[in-house]
Design a protein around this ligand. Sequence first.
Ligand code: FES
Length: 121
Amino acid sequence: MPELEVDGVGTFDVEEGKRLVLAIEEDAKVDIMHACGSYAKCTTCRVEFLEGEPEDMTEAEMIILDMRDLLEKARLSCQIYLDHDMKVRPLMTVSGTDANDPGAKPMEEITPEPEWIERPY
Ligand code: FES
């Protein structure tokens, strides 16, 4: 079981292959945002990687991070499967914003259908 460490919150054993946004929300109990329902459209599920940043990313993640000038600064937790130990810092939470809710519940599989590419940095 991979370990997820959420900075300032704790360390959690998480079912291998779980979507990172769901692990942060359900296992670490952090009220992370996922305003677009986890379709790589909003970037509110963004996290900063402190350890274990994946070498690959979905093409959808790369495109929106680049458009928002977030490439190399943040990753989208909705576009990552937790398949090894990771340490992250969530950057947008319901309690830290004016939002009333985190957004529609993400599906268990990455959406949209992932096209995997190598991290370009
Ligand atoms: S980009 Fe919207 S939830 Fe991940």
